[in-house]
Design a protein around this ligand. Structure first.
Ligand SMILES: NCc1[nH]cc(CCC(=O)O)c1CC(=O)O
Length: 330
């Protein structure tokens, strides 16, 4: 049997590429954007295949489910079974350990990485009244928002919520909460960015590692598909999120740990000089934060980006970061 004949049934070299996606409005929007881009670069039709993940059906709070990757596992299983050809994840939902059988074929240009506030009556964060009820179940957001409030002599009450974006904004519209905190990227992608009442600067609230970026994944041994999807890769976004995720991994923290990280480029005039990586770990009440940054040459390899994250993690651990993370795996 020729090489080609053996590969044909598995690889579906002809016909549409099947993109596995969750059903949520955000996932469908993200997959739709990537599907369009993949059609453009490959010239092949792309069809969306809907897949339900554990994160979509569980009634538990994410932090209680414990462990990372609840949104990701079902999509990965579909990839490994060959039910779909590629999948799109929110990079911040992706566990830091990359399975050898799967390739992170592309990290496209990052969207707005910031967290945002959707508050009643158009309020900014600084305008919230003392004792305001702010919806977020993320220990990272709780730690930084509580610290920010403290530094302004205020207290806020963070209220754990989950559910899709409609549900979360609904708590504000129904008057149950004064505000909720969400990722700008998600609101942008589903066309609801105009509901934001305050964009939280990364100087105030560091986003989750990888926030605002997408990950396009396929099986590692399909070299031609890895290469085709790789056309959508943005090397600088990849370097930034690799450094951020390396920090998270080196702190031995998961996606539900109170860790924020953001890498950006420092330019001197028109010339990009360095990459800066900032990181924060804190107690959820915001009483203690370890917040540090490091800069280095713009990483040109995966290993260089990983090294930047490890370097910052070592400095943060030396300043007591480990003692502030309640949810370490070990
Ligand atoms: N936690 C779930 C999740 N995963 C990715 C996004 C937004 C999109 C992104 O960050 O890329 C969201 C919603 C949110 O945090 O508001």
């Amino acid at each position: 049997m020729s090489e080609q004949a053996r590969e044909a049934p598995q690889r579906r070299a002809e016909g549409p590429l099947r993109l596995g996606t969750r059903r949520s409005k955000l996932a469908m929007a993200q997959s739709g954007l990537v599907a369009d881009a993949v059609r453009q670069v490959t010239g092949r039709p792309v069809e969306l295949v809907e897949i339900t993940t554990y994160g979509d059906v569980s009634r538990e709070h994410l932090a209680q489910i414990g462990g990372t990757g609840v949104f990701v596992t079902a999509l990965r299983e579909a990839l490994l079974r060959g039910d779909v050809d590629f999948a799109v994840h929110s990079l911040k939902d992706l566990p830091t350990a990359q399975p050898a059988e799967l390739a992170l074929a592309a990290v496209p240009v990052r969207e707005d990485a910031r967290d945002v506030l959707v508050a009643r009556d158009g309020l900014t964060f600084a305008q919230l009244p003392d004792g305001a009820r702010v919806g977020t179940g993320s220990p990272r957001r709780m730690a930084q928002l509580n610290a920010y409030a403290r530094s302004h002599g205020l207290t806020i009450e963070t209220v754990p919520i989950r559910g899709n974006v409609d549900t979360r904004i609904g708590y504000v519209r129904k008057g149950e909460l004064d505000a909720v905190v969400l990722a700008a990227a998600g609101l942008n992608r589903i066309g609801r960015i105009d509901e934001v009442t305050d964009f939280l600067s990364v100087d105030t609230v560091l986003p989750a590692p990888g926030q605002g970026a997408l990950a396009i994944e396929c099986v590692a041994d399909n070299a031609s598909l890895v290469a085709a999807l790789g056309e959508l890769d943005d090397p600088l976004t990849r370097a930034a999120v690799t450094a951020e995720r390396s920090l998270l991994a080196a702190l031995e923290a998961g996606c539900s740990a109170p860790v924020g990280a953001f890498a950006d480029l420092l330019a001197d005039g028109q010339t990009v000089k360095e990459m800066r990586l900032r990181g924060v770990v804190g107690t959820t009440d915001g009483s203690t934060l370890v917040q540090l940054s490091t800069t280095g040459p713009v990483p040109e390899t995966h290993d260089q980006a990983m090294a930047l994250g490890r370097e910052l993690a070592a400095e943060m651990l030396a300043k007591g970061a480990a003692g502030l993370m309640g949810e370490r795996a070990h």
